[in-house]
Design a protein around this ligand. Structure first.
Ligand code: IPM
Ligand code: MG
Length: 357
């Protein structure tokens, strides 16, 4: 039985509310399985700008790096939109990903049977969808140079650079292949190799690596086609591996297949410690009203147990409890359906805890 130090960054908006429920579930699983999870909170995002002037204080980086795993709420909000680019809450998040070396972002898009009707896409198209998007997170156009805005008036020019080294491509592709091996052994690599040189290299490196994974059925798809195929026939996908910006866009699209972004968890791994966060943002419009759906955060706790702390049985228990809550007809407002019972944020956390035992 283990003792684990967990850093928690509640952040802004609904971040703190959903973090409270995540910690509740973590403590409950600790109680049941005999682990201790000691949680320490750190500042990042808008609240860090307000209290320290920067979105990612040095103390946060140090504390997080010294812990076993990071649970992250959400950051950002209208209050900080006028900050200069380098001091926006989002810049803090990008820096944190880089500091943690978290180059692999796993974003599952699972259509739970109970919620199949909540999606805007026809039920028969999405029922049974279970996709894992593996997004490269610390490279590509998000971090490439040169970048900037130059010149004056009409002559201004804005530019960014999409760059990947073969090494960066290979390490994320490997995560893609390994993930596929643990699932249905199908990997779709998404690029724009018909136009971009960086994508041609991506395709070449992924193809070379596929020789090490003869059991995985590899396909390549252009990103525009992938955006279309995700809506046309999402069940054709098992694992998708792609670069930073394509993954950003496609994972939002995939999330909408499931009906509610309030259900989706994510893991960012590859560095010394993993980083686990719900896909939804800070949702300033519903902050402080106990309306937030904590299931994405609870799903992130599950991913932390599974991918961060390698506590697979414990992760399965959380997954079962989460599914049971849905089977029992319990819903938050964002996924409410006829004949179900609506709960607020903390009631939903309690409901999951009750089903863990
Ligand atoms: C995400 C978000 C971030 C990103 C923003 C908040 C910087 O959209 O995690 O997908 O673009 O990576
Ligand atoms: Mg995004």
């Amino acid at each position: 039985m283990g003792d684990y130090n967990i850093s928690v960054i509640p952040g802004d908006g609904i971040g703190p509310e959903v973090c409270t429920e995540g910690i509740k579930v973590l403590n409950k699983i600790g109680e049941i399985c005999g682990h201790t999870f000691s949680c320490t909170e750190y500042l990042a995002g808008g609240i860090a700008i307000d209290e320290t002037g920067v979105p990612l204080p040095e103390e946060t980086i140090k504390g997080v790096l010294a812990s076993d795993s990071l649970l992250f709420g959400a950051i950002g909000g209208p209050k900080w939109e006028d900050q200069p680019q380098h001091n926006k809450p989002e810049a803090g998040l990008l820096q944190l990903r880089k500091e943690l070396g978290a180059f692999a972002n796993l974003r599952p898009a699972i259509v739970f049977d109970e919620l199949a009707e909540a999606s805007t896409i026809k039920t028969e198209i999405i029922r049974g969808t279970d996709i894992m998007v593996v997004r490269e997170l610390t490279g590509g156009i998000y971090f490439g140079g040169p970048r900037g805005i130059e010149g004056e008036g009409e002559n201004r020019k804005g530019f960014n650079t999409m760059v990947y080294t073969a090494e960066e491509i290979e390490r994320i592709a490997r995560v893609g292949f390994d993930t596929a091996m643990a699932r249905n052994k199908k990997l779709c690599s998404v690029d724009k190799a018909n136009v971009l040189d960086v994508s041609q290299l991506w395709r070449d490196v992924v193809t070379e690596l596929s020789k090490e994974y003869p059991e995985v059925e590899l396909s390549h798809m252009y990103v525009d086609n992938a955006a279309m195929q995700l809506i046309r026939d999402p069940k054709q996908f098992d694992v998708i591996v792609t670069g930073n910006i394509f993954g950003d866009i496609l994972s939002d699209e995939a999330s909408q297949l499931t009906g509610s972004i309030g259900m989706l968890a994510s893991a960012s791994v590859g560095g010394p410690i993993g980083f686990f966060e719900p896909v939804h943002g800070s949702a300033p419009d519903i902050t402080g009203q106990a309306l937030a759906n904590p299931l994405a955060m609870i799903g992130s706790v599950e991913m932390m147990l599974r991918y961060g702390l390698k506590l697979h049985d414990e992760a399965d228990k959380v997954n079962n409890a989460l599914r049971q809550v849905l089977k029992d007809g319990l819903r938050t407002g964002d996924i409410m359906q006829d004949g179900c019972q609506q709960l607020n944020t903390s009631q939903m956390g309690d409901a999951v805890c009750e089903r863990l035992a």
